[in-house]
Design a binder for this molecule. Structure first.
Ligand code: GDP
Ligand code: MG
Length: 598
């Protein structure tokens, strides 16, 4: 295929603006999907994606399109997730493209992730094609939104398409505009092979599947290739494209996107961002890889049953092949036993990983409250990253205590500005920008400590603005703060998993709220349970869970057997997520109490 007939592009947008729906229309209109196979959001095939209605893993699909000029074009479309936690996926996909379709909801307009995605695309030198979607909605205001795109993003809108991905109106125009606006790839099939690995995952039947963009040269079955970063060499077993099912082809040529299968055991040997070349006639230097993603949110993951430790480790290993942005290392906790300290890109990322572990690997887990990585310089001049509050040196040994700050971008309606500003101020924010993007839409920028954001910032933001806000952030750096460690004790035993680091001004109120919440969450047992919060040796808050007076079963002594059995079953189910601290049973909810305390 002549590279001039190829177009590699992504669809980027804020969440729910219609990327996946537009991708569905493309699949139908190019005849790849028959009516019988049709279902909404074809490319979101992971269970979790379908249930949550969001795209987690980027997908690629090759479409043949017969244009109005009568020629056949090959489109490689890469669907990307829109959520801030998955921007590394977006960024990787963009490296495989020459352009991107920027979808903007014609009723909602530019949102926080619209901006974040545009910046990523610009960093990758991509040509953008603006598309206003949902013009079928009565609330659509295409003129206002076009003006917004020009004003806020600084993007010319002469080529913009006005469409409804839902009804299909205007979608054929988008396909034509792609050919006109997005440049074809430049590589040559005769050059030495240079192929970028931009994703990889493990398939239980096929083994490791590698997603590549061939920049130069061609790659075929039986070729001997080398992965340049690791130096490992393999024979290629199969190359192919996604239609969207995997379909074998004879070769992948310069400009094309597709998959490669070789008998590779681990992702370590085929790293995302690495370049594949031939063993003979190899290219001179690898392609620029990807910026390493740094996990910013940490939490402990422990098996409910100690015996599941080995299966948890195996599951984490497997998940990491699919998602290298998540990290883990073994950790032991007095309260929870053997488990792992895990690092995630953000809160949603954390939730998704936990849910995948429980579903795909059938594990029962206890997760500790999420925290950020702090930077501590000791009096002796040593600098260390603290990913777990229990690893913090004593207060007397700390010279400098720093925490990560983000620059947060919020778009909201003018009527909610008061509430949004109040929330940001409460979270120790520093205002950087406040500007109107259209008559009643406002863009606000704040510097905020990440720690104040991981807890429940986004939920709070949605509630103060009745859902009419969007939020995105990137980490700015580490700044010194007045921070202290707060410990929780249950009947005098320190529950290390519940320790947390907070700003000194908030320590007392957090301590009071936490102990109150713990009191609600720890079920009454046969004895009194004292719950205390301490800063160093000083107890700053305390509550007591009073002993139960009667045995649960005593109530139905001699009574209805089936009722008794039901009670026992209920107790058993409740115990599933319990951990013993000393002789006290603590439910998993208690470990997550911090999440919900304001
Ligand atoms: P994504 O998160 O960007 O992938 O968005 P989706 O494609 O999942 O769409 C989000 C929601 O918007 C879904 O409920 C779609 O049915 C709806 N939607 C998408 N395109 C249109 C459109 O053109 N008009 C209307 N009215 N709804 C649309
Ligand atoms: Mg989607």
């Amino acid at each position: 295929i002549d590279p001039k007939q190829i177009r590699n592009f992504s669809i980027i947008a804020h969440i729910d603006h219609g990327k996946s729906t537009l991708a569905d229309r493309f699949l139908e209109m190019t005849g790849l999907v028959s009516d019988r196979e049709k279902k909404a959001q074809m490319l979101d095939d992971m269970d979790l994606e379908r249930e949550r209605g969001i795209t987690i893993k980027a997908r690629s699909v090759t479409l043949d399109y017969k244009a109005q000029d009568g020629q056949i074009y090959q489109f490689n479309l890469i669907d990307t997730p829109g959520h801030v936690d998955f921007s590394y996926e977006v960024s990787r996909s963009l490296a495989a493209c020459e352009g991107a379709i920027l979808v903007v909801d014609a009723a909602q307009g530019v949102e926080a992730q619209t901006l974040a995605n545009v910046y990523l695309a610009i960093e990758n030198d991509l040509q953008l094609l603006p598309v206003l979607n949902k013009i079928d909605l009565p609330s659509a205001q295409p003129d206002v939104i076009l003006e917004q795109i020009e004003h806020v993003i600084g993007l010319e809108t002469d080529d913009a398409c006005l469409i409804s991905a839902k009804t299909g109106q205007g979608v054929d125009e988008v396909l034509e505009a792609v050919i006109r606006v997005i440049p074809p790839p430049e590589g040559k099939s005769e050059s030495p092979l240079q192929a970028l690995i931009f994703d990889a995952w493990f398939d239980s039947y096929r083994g490791l599947i590698i997603l590549v963009r061939v920049f130069e040269g061609r790659m075929a079955r039986k070729d001997k290739v080398r992965f340049m970063a690791t130096g490992s060499e393999y024979d290629i077993d199969e190359v192919g494209i996604f239609t969207p099912k995997m379909a074998k082809v004879d070769s992948l040529e310069a400009g094309q996107v597709g998959y490669v299968i070789a008998t590779i055991k681990t992702l370590d040997e085929a790293r995302v961002g690495d370049t594949i070349t031939h063993v003979k006639n190899s290219c001179e230097s690898p392609l620029a890889g990807f910026k390493e993603t740094k996990p910013m949110v940490f939490s402990g993951l422990y098996p409910t049953e100690a015996a599941d430790y080995a299966s948890l480790r195996e599951a984490l290993d497997k998940l990491q092949i699919n998602d290298s942005s998540f990290v883990f290392e073994p950790e032991t906790s007095v309260a929870l036993g053997f488990g792992f300290r895990c690092g995630f890109l953000g809160l949603l990322h954390m939730e998704i990983i936990q849910e995948r572990l429980e579903r795909e690997f059938n594990l029962d887990l206890v997760t500790t409250a999420p925290g950020v990585a702090y930077r501590v310089t000791t009096k002796s001049g040593e600098t260390m990253m603290i990913e777990s509050p229990s690893k913090l040196p004593g207060a007397g040994d700390i010279e400098v205590f720093e925490e990560p700050y983000i620059l947060g971008t919020i778009l909201t309606n003018s009527e909610f500005v008061g509430g949004v500003l109040k929330l940001c101020e409460e979270r120790r924010g520093i205002q950087k920008k406040l500007e109107y993007v259209s008559e009643d839409r406002i863009l606000i920028e704040y510097e905020l400590p990440l720690n104040e954001v991981v807890l429940d910032f986004y939920d709070k933001l949605k509630s103060v603005s009745r859902g009419y806000s969007s939020f995105d952030y990137h980490v700015e750096g580490y700044w010194a703060s007045n921070l202290v460690k707060l410990d929780i004790l249950v009947n005098g035993d320190l529950v290390d998993a519940l320790s947390l680091i907070v700003h000194r001004d908030k320590a007392q109120s957090r301590a009071t709220l936490l102990t109150a919440k713990m009191k609600e969450l720890i079920p009454r047992q046969m004895f009194d349970i004292a719950i205390q919060a301490a800063m160093g040796a000083r107890i700053v808050a305390r509550t007591t869970v009073k002993a139960l007076r009667k045995n649960v079963l005593a109530k139905c002594y001699g009574g209805d057997i089936s009722r008794k059995r039901k009670l026992l079953e209920k107790q058993k189910a409740g115990k599933k997520r319990m951990k013993a601290v000393g002789n006290v049973q603590i439910p998993q909810d208690a470990f997550l109490a911090m999440l919900k305390v304001d």
